[in-house]
Design a binder for this molecule. Structure first.
Ligand SMILES: Nc1ncnc2c1ncn2[C@@H]1O[C@H](COP(=O)(O)OP(=O)(O)OP(=O)(O)O)[C@@H](O)[C@H]1O
Length: 457
């Protein structure tokens, strides 16, 4: 029988270990809660040096100064005081309190050798609408496991949903909405003060702040079931580009095979096509512009900067499936398919972008959907369609586009709400596009449909 030797640990070693642990815990507490620790330390030193009465008076004066500052700069005060205080409160009373139990029940905690291990909750940050938790995963864990447990996590912490994003290996960010900033209709965004081309203010994000979509140097695919609000995305982008169009930095080319959407603002387009023949011709013209620019740029520059000579050309296609899938004329279909594939593979470097709307995201409807770097998924009919639009794993990461609500009579419920997956940011973001009403489009036409040269070199 083997019996290991029992060595008695000397008391001094035990004391050193305890002391070391206490110091480490103290350092960790100071690092994580510097403000609270500073308050305690300053109060202690004050009481010791000048007595508690003067210390309390000192705090009264400081509180008065902070209140005046908050009254003068309320936005800064909310950012610096309110959100950190709320984050601390929610860390202590919501998340830390239930952390180990929720981790264990949702299958993210493990027991090894009789000892329980759980991912470490490192930080909670709050804004007006969401709580963002920074979590250090257990060694050997993957963010995929958190994505699979998202329903359990949201139930466990009393949130309606949970989104998972891994900013770097070993770490994961969990986003829990506290209230839905996107529940209300967003009115059309104001025109930009200065002409802007690169990004456009299209609506608001889940954090309640304006959301800017990049349109230059990319291609955007907007997919959604009928009535999901694809029009509001198209028109919000067009609206944001109008000042730049006026000064000649942008040209808008519209392809409107349904003739129901873009025709309403026909005068805002430098080039417009609706019949399949016209659409094929216009796309081939865009390809010709692309080749001409590529010839000029070859060996001279590698990216496009919008100028009045070489403006950014945005080809807006409403219901692209009419051109790619439902087109009976095989010759036209092939021409259109080839032109679209050429534009989406080579156009962005020379300042030609494609923004296309689509109802049915299946591959047989749009075989080139993977050529669009940035994707927007509005309300979709089936869960399987989410990954078709946004890419593999997007739904597991919280892009529940099939669960965006709809109402039998109130069309505005959930309309315009979408999950956006960008090329440079793979975690889906929830955004609501502003609603550009028919009146808004009429005003846009009145304000911006000045006669313009449509020549684009
Ligand atoms: N961003 C929005 N906010 C609120 N309501 C909206 C928004 N976008 C659209 N709606 C409402 O939803 C209705 C349908 O919108 P829209 O026509 O843009 O959908 P769609 O996806 O283009 O549909 P279809 O493919 O059938 O043309 C609009 O008439 C409007 O009432």
């Amino acid at each position: 029988m083997f019996a290991p030797t029992v060595i008695k640990t000397p008391a001094v070693i035990t004391l050193v270990v305890w002391l070391w642990r206490a110091l480490a815990a103290l350092a960790r507490t100071v690092w994580r809660h510097p403000v609270a620790c500073a308050l305690v330390a300053v109060s202690g030193v004050g009481c010791y040096l000048v007595g508690w009465r003067i210390t309390v008076m000192g705090w009264g004066v400081a509180a008065g100064a902070v209140s005046s500052w908050a009254a003068l700069w309320p936005a800064a005060a909310v950012r610096v005081l309110v959100w950190p205080a709320l984050a601390w409160w929610r860390l202590v009373w919501v998340y830390r309190w239930r952390w180990r139990a929720v981790m264990a029940v949702s299958g993210l905690g493990v027991t090894l050798g009789g000892r329980g291990y759980a991912p470490e909750l490192v930080r909670v940050r709050c804004d007006r609408n969401t709580d963002r938790l920074t979590v250090k995963m257990l060694a050997g864990q993957a963010d995929q496991q958190f994505a699979e447990a998202q329903a359990g996590l949201s139930n466990g912490f009393g949130a309606v949903s949970c989104r998972v994003f891994s900013p770097r290996p070993g770490w994961v960010t969990l986003t829990f909405p506290r209230r839905d900033a996107l529940a209300r209709v967003v009115p059309a965004r104001p025109y930009p003060d200065a002409p802007t081309v690169t990004t456009v203010d299209v609506g608001i994000g889940e954090d309640g702040r304006p959301y800017r979509l990049q349109v230059h140097g990319t291609h955007v695919l907007i997919a959604g079931a009928t009535g999901a609000g694809k029009g509001s995305w198209l028109w919000s982008v067009i609206r944001g580009l109008l000042p730049a169009r006026r000064v000649g930095l942008v040209r808008l080319w519209g392809l409107d095979p349904k003739r129901m959407e873009l025709s309403f603002g026909r005068a805002l387009f430098d080039r417009y096509a609706s019949t399949p023949d016209e659409c094929a011709d216009l796309l081939e013209e865009a390809v010709a512009v692309m080749h001409e620019r590529a010839d000029r740029y070859a060996g001279v520059r590698r990216s496009h900067v919008p100028t009045t000579q070489d403006p950014f050309v945005l080809v807006v296609v409403d219901e692209i499936a009419f051109l790619t899938a439902y087109q009976a004329d095989k010759g036209l279909k092939a021409r259109i398919g080839a032109a679209l594939a050429t534009l989406t593979t080579q156009g962005r470097a020379v300042g030609i972008g494609v923004m296309a709307a689509l109802q049915d995201p299946r591959k047989e409807v749009l075989s080139i959907r993977h050529l669009f770097p940035d994707k927007v998924a509005l309300r979709l009919d089936e869960p399987g369609q989410v990954d078709m639009v946004l890419g593999d794993g997007a739904r597991d990461r919280g892009a529940l586009a099939d669960q965006i609500p709809r109402h039998p009579t109130d069309k505005s419920v959930g309309a315009g709400v979408a999950y956006v997956r960008l090329e440079n940011r793979p975690d889906p973001i929830r955004v609501r596009a502003a609603y550009v009403s028919d009146d808004d489009i009429r005003q846009m036409v009145l304000k911006y449909s000045t006669a313009m040269a449509s020549e684009v070199r």
